[in-house]
Design a protein around this ligand. Structure first.
Ligand code: WT7
Length: 647
């Protein structure tokens, strides 16, 4: 039984870890017994301009949800990530940049980071960006992405990163939703040997935005891009004109740091808002303990800064800790399936953090790609983004970790700011596929359908959190009601995660996946409603229903049932056209895996689509369709089964 499949803590890891088993218990118990005292103490890991006297002021009361941490303290996030390290580690590498091209990499010291970020801050100033203004970053994984984030933090502007794989339409929606003043982009983004035309995408997006939005362009490839006079400027021109001193602005702990858009079960993506003090404290503390970061370690998180993982565990957490963080521009399979391991060997990486989808894809390529490279520097491995299946866990552990690196399976969300459930490598025995135990200050619980907390240790239900932690999101930008209704309405008094979970007899948590209409495709979160609305925007589509289905590599794939307008004929060409249409509307990550023509969709008599049935058909699980008697037209189901699209 998986619950009894245990990998005990390695003594050599425990011996030098920030927390061994006893210390974990002691700190965890203290953190929940007296959160005020615990966080008052750990808040000191940051440099404050004006120290806080208030620590926690949070309410999960449905009528009055409000989350504030360290509210009377002031600080600057950038100064905490850069300036304060100059005294002791000016010449230490802050960022190792590994380009898409395996021949090109760069080491950036804390001193250089300080100079680059200061200049970037002054360029933002010179374009009129002030404290509280929103700035969209639409960039490749290049050092300038980190400079831009930190520069915003330095001058008090709020950044919102849009993943470079999103389409011009998706970009325009985000620019408009947050009322950004400026978009920072690059000419092109090279990835896997191909270039995405970022600036051209911005041009298309800006055609849908107010005329006052400006564009700052960083040169990456040197590819020719048209510039619009009066609106667009080159970074390399502007930087010539600015000084290299830029004072960090004093910010309240509760001033916004960034907005990051993420998909929900309904409507358009929502702008998750994180603030300064609590977020940075939580990102930095989790980075230190979860990865057992030790002085001198080379740490690599393979995520993109377009996702929250890149915010908390490439930039803010590691840099707040004075760490050396590796930033990778490329993909795992270019120039070949050994790229991750080549980079680990080249830069002597000690801590490696990636996603199950990457592990599964590389597993399929064979062990030779790993064996070729010297991975003896690796000490800790991490996983994030979706449940890791035990088979992939074992491969990661045996082949990549040579059976001596603990794997930290970290469960968290864009909303949580940092890791909530995870093993600590020196403290908690591992079970393949389980995120194990809560981090300090985190009180998970399992609720039944009626919203009651299940008290038995071993149980299954939905995962909720009982009280706030400093890294929690504060609101949905511009829509606090949506924040309250999404996370606090269904289960009153709790933060509802949207995930299902099981707790085993040892109190270990096993995340079973989303319980809402959100799917997880290669670790990227997608609302089925978004894909549906993209499909029905096509002139030949009358109706669409989208569900997830199990996919060997992506975790979940996108399965679309499409009803055409009367008179339209299904064809393979139309299938391709619709697939391209969705890619254009949202971006390549939303590319449908399966499109099945559906003359009708299973609906209740009141017209509600029964997704449960569509999910079962997509999963090839016809025996368990459940009750179909409430359908307006039960024969619809037979038709869908008969014509189930072959994958
Ligand atoms: C959703 C959050 C956390 C940063 C990357 C994704 C799923 C995430 C795990 C894990 C099982 C996981 C959940 C969660 N998820 N990590 N270790 N085990 N599921 O952030 O895009 O906000 O997605 O990803 O379903 O709710 P996100």
């Amino acid at each position: 039984m998986a619950d009894d499949d245990i990998f005990s803590v390695r003594p050599e890891i425990a011996a030098s870890a920030h927390a061994d088993a006893a210390r974990y218990e002691e700190m965890y118990n203290a953190s929940v017994a007296d959160p005020e005292a615990f966080w008052a103490e750990h808040g000191k890991r940051l440099d404050w301009i004006k120290p806080y006297t208030k620590v926690k002021n949070t309410s999960y009361d449905y009528h009055n949800v409000s989350i504030k941490w360290f509210e009377d303290g002031t600080l600057n996030v950038c100064a905490n990530c850069v300036d304060r390290h100059l005294k002791d580690r000016a010449h230490q590498t802050a960022i190792i940049w590994e380009s898409d091209d395996p021949g090109v990499s760069q080491h950036i010291t804390y001193q250089e980071l300080y100079e680059q970020v200061s200049k970037f801050g002054n360029v933002l100033h010179s374009l009129g960006v002030k404290k509280g203004d929103r700035v969209i970053l639409y960039l490749p994984m290049i050092p300038a992405a980190a400079y831009a984030m930190l520069a915003c933090a330095r001058i008090g502007a709020i950044h919102s990163i849009v993943f470079a794989g999103f389409s011009p339409d998706a970009l325009a929606d985000r620019i408009n939703d947050c009322g950004a003043k400026l978009v920072v982009t690059a000419d092109e983004a090279p990835r896997g040997g191909r270039a995405t035309p970022l600036k051209a995408n911005v041009d298309k997006a800006l055609a849908r935005c107010g005329s006052d939005v400006r564009c700052l362009v960083v040169r990456r490839t040197g590819g020719a891009v048209p510039m619009t006079e009066g609106r667009d400027v080159w970074y390399h021109d502007e930087v010539e004109r600015v000084s290299d001193h830029c004072a960090p602005v004093e910010m309240s702990a509760e001033d916004p740091l960034f907005i990051l858009y993420t998909s929900g079960s309904t409507g358009k993506p929502k702008g998750v808002l994180h603030t300064s003090g609590g977020y940075l404290l939580y990102a930095s503390m989790t980075h230190q303990y979860v990865f057992d970061y030790q002085e001198g370690d080379i740490y690599w998180c393979t995520a993109d800064v377009g996702w929250v993982t890149g915010h908390s565990y490439i930039v803010y957490g590691p840099l707040a800790n004075g760490a050396t963080t590796l930033m990778f521009e490329g993909v795992p399979t270019y120039p070949d399936a050994g790229r991750f391991w080549e980079v680990c060997a080249k830069h002597k990486v000690n801590i490696f953090y990636t996603a199950p989808t990457a592990i599964r894809a590389l597993m399929g390529q064979g062990e030779e790609f790993v064996a070729k490279h010297d991975l003896s520097s690796l000490r800790i491995l991490g996983s994030v983004g979706e449940p890791i299946n035990p088979e992939a866990w074992r491969w990661y552990h045996r082949v990549v970790g040579r059976e001596n690196c603990p794997i930290v399976d970290t469960w968290w969300q864009t909303e949580t700011g940092g890791i909530l459930i995870t093993p600590l490598p020196g403290a908690i025995a591992l079970k393949p596929g389980s995120a194990t135990r809560p981090f300090f200050g985190v009180q998970p619980c399992v609720l039944n359908d009626r919203g009651e907390e299940i008290t038995e240790t071993a149980c299954e239900g939905v995962l909720a959190i009982k009280d706030s932690w400093p890294g929690q999101m504060r609101t949905v930008y511009g829509d606090h009601d949506r924040f309250v209704s999404t996370y606090f309405e269904m289960f009153k008094g709790y933060y509802f995660s949207g995930d299902g979970c099981r707790r085993d007899k040892d109190g270990y948590y096993w995340i079973t996946g989303r319980v809402d209409d959100v799917i997880n495709v290669s670790g990227h979160r997608m609302g089925t409603a978004e894909v549906e609305s993209a499909l029905v925007a096509h002139p030949k589509v009358s109706e669409a229903a989208v569900v997830g289905f199990p996919h060997d590599i992506k975790g979940q794939g996108i399965y679309c049932y499409v009803t055409l307008m009367s008179g339209e004929e299904p064809s393979d060409e139309l299938r391709t056209e619709l697939r391209n249409w969705v890619r254009k509307e949202i971006g390549p990550i939303a590319s449908p895996d399966v499109i099945q023509w559906a003359p009708g969709l299973p609906k209740t008599r009141s017209g509600k689509i029964m997704r449960r049935i569509l999910r079962k058909i997509a999963e090839n699980d016809f025996g368990a369709l459940g009750d179909t008697s409430t359908l307006a037209d039960p024969s619809v189901v037979d038709n869908l089964i008969e014509n189930r699209a072959v994958k």
